[in-house]
Design a protein around this ligand. Structure first.
Ligand code: TYD
Ligand code: MG
Length: 457
């Protein structure tokens, strides 16, 4: 294909410039200009993503639009169906991101193997050879005899093959290895990734092919060309979890067909990923005897409660600017909580380093973790272990109040099921009618009430 005349666009604000420069003249972002290709014969912006066919360009009343039944295909892997919002939608584009080696190719090989029983599946590999893909499939004992595989990196050729094969499901592993001849930049660059994803998305929408794009995560934790790709696709799933732990979590960051923040949990085994259907206690590690700085919190990631250990270490700081380090939690949230602790409970940690870790590599996004985090920090600071059978949850406000969280009863019940006997919970979350057998509820309205309780327990 002939080279097109290059122009440049800003990755942040989308402004088009005719010359490259270090700073975007419009929004002032540095180093955000990337090469784009001039429109071909006035064919419309190549970067607008899916625009639909011209025949649909009519104004209509929303109430007059005939809704077609959404066709969902169960992938047969329940945890994946759950994060997809109940199955795979025809014509949908799903981006799967995660660290190298976390299991993206494994999951998709398993998925297409199951789907290929009743649907046509095409696995496009740009990273591995056909032998490697086949070896993985046989290791997974996946019934891969109906999965068609293509080793190709040119997006034009991939689309040409897909046009002929007419798959129901197509996997591109990975989008960073695919390139288009129309651009001179290297495969994997933001422009290439964006252009190829846009072309593949248009193909998927036109032919109602369900498309999975595998995306690598950069060191900063974002899929290359993050903003652009997230705009273009329907669903973004991220792999979370430590590669050192055998558990893998997939979280929906964006989903046009379901709830966000829903998680699917898997365990990596010798023969691929195995689903964990009841994950509430997998991250639960109990200590033989109580240790200072540890507490179990009940968070609710997606639609299921999870019991997770939060660990804190508070130590004399050698620095003028003490450290606030979090793993699996937002760091700013910790700083905020420490300020509340100082202001409303009179506990100052100005010359202390504070480390908080959520055990198991889970990322906790909920503010319901606040109370447990502060109690673990305090427990380490005072070197006073918390009771082994205690759980806590609750959001902490800047005024030192403990705010209720959604689904309090369900959280308490889950903790009770796993043998916990005491729960510090926001007052508004006390179960109204039902007392939970063997569970002592300690309702708190203010942070200092929770602190008083653990001091006297
Ligand atoms: P892979 O799916 O290739 O990762 P990605 O595509 O995200 O880079 O997974 C690779 C890792 O998973 C590798 O370290 C080996 C491990 N693995 C197993 O433990 N069991 C298996 O059955 C398979 C296929 C891989
Ligand atoms: Mg891979």
């Amino acid at each position: 294909m002939a080279k097109q005349k290059a122009s440049y666009f800003c990755n942040d604000c989308g402004t088009v410039a005719h010359k490259w420069s270090g700073q975007c003249g419009e929004c002032g972002a540095w180093n955000s200009l990337s090469e784009a290709v001039a429109e071909k014969n006035g064919a419309g912006s190549r970067y607008s993503g899916y625009t639909g066919s011209a025949a649909h360009n009519v104004v209509a009343l929303l109430s007059d639009v005939v809704l077609e039944a959404e066709s969902r295909t169960k992938t047969g892997i329940h945890e994946l169906d759950r994060v997809l919002g109940g199955g795979l939608t025809a014509g949908s584009v799903v981006l799967i991101g995660g660290d190298p080696g976390i299991g993206k190719s494994t999951l998709l090989t398993q998925t297409v193997a199951v789907l290929s029983e009743h649907h046509k599946a095409l696995y496009v590999t740009g990273e591995e050879s056909l032998q490697q893909v086949s070896m993985r499939a046989s290791r997974l004992k996946a019934s891969a005899d109906k999965v068609k595989c293509l080793a190709e990196t040119s997006v034009e050729r991939i689309i040409a093959v897909a046009d002929k094969e007419k798959p129901d499901v197509m996997v591109i592993d990975s989008i960073q290895t695919v390139y288009t001849d129309a651009l001179s930049s290297a495969p994997g660059s933001v422009t290439q990734v964006r252009e190829c994803a846009a072309q593949l998305t248009q193909f998927a929408k036109k032919t109602q092919t369900a498309l999975f794009l595998v995306g690598h995560v950069t060191k900063e934790g974002a899929i290359a060309g993050p903003r652009v790709l997230e705009h273009i696709v329907d669903t973004v799933l991220y792999f979370e979890g430590d590669t050192s732990s055998r558990f893998r979590i997939i979280r929906a960051i964006k989903n046009r067909f379901g709830a966000v923040n829903e998680i699917g949990v898997f365990a990596m085994t010798d023969s691929g990923l195995r689903e964990v259907n009841n994950p509430s206690a997998i991250f639960l590690s109990r200590h033989e005897s109580p240790v200072a700085g540890s507490i179990i919190m009940v968070t609710r990631e997606g639609s299921r409660p999870l019991l997770i250990e939060a660990q804190a270490l508070v130590d004399d700081s050698q620095m003028s600017n003490p450290k606030r380090v979090t793993l699996g939690l937002e760091q700013n949230r910790l700083s905020m909580l420490l300020a509340v602790l100082h202001r409303h409970a009179g506990v100052a940690m100005v010359n202390q380093d504070v480390y908080v870790n959520v055990v198991g590599g889970v990322r906790v996004t909920e503010t319901a973790a606040d109370l447990a985090v502060l109690l673990s920090v305090l427990s380490s600071f005072r070197d006073k272990p918390l009771p082994n059978d205690l759980i806590a949850f609750g959001e902490i406000g800047l005024a030192g109040e403990v705010r209720p969280v959604p689904d309090g009863l369900e959280r308490i019940k889950e903790a009770s099921k796993h043998g916990f006997k005491k729960a510090i919970v926001p007052k508004a979350n006390i179960p109204k009618e039902t007392a939970i057998d063997g569970m002592q509820i300690i309702p708190v309205q203010r942070l200092h009430e929770a602190i008083d309780y653990i001091q006297n327990s």
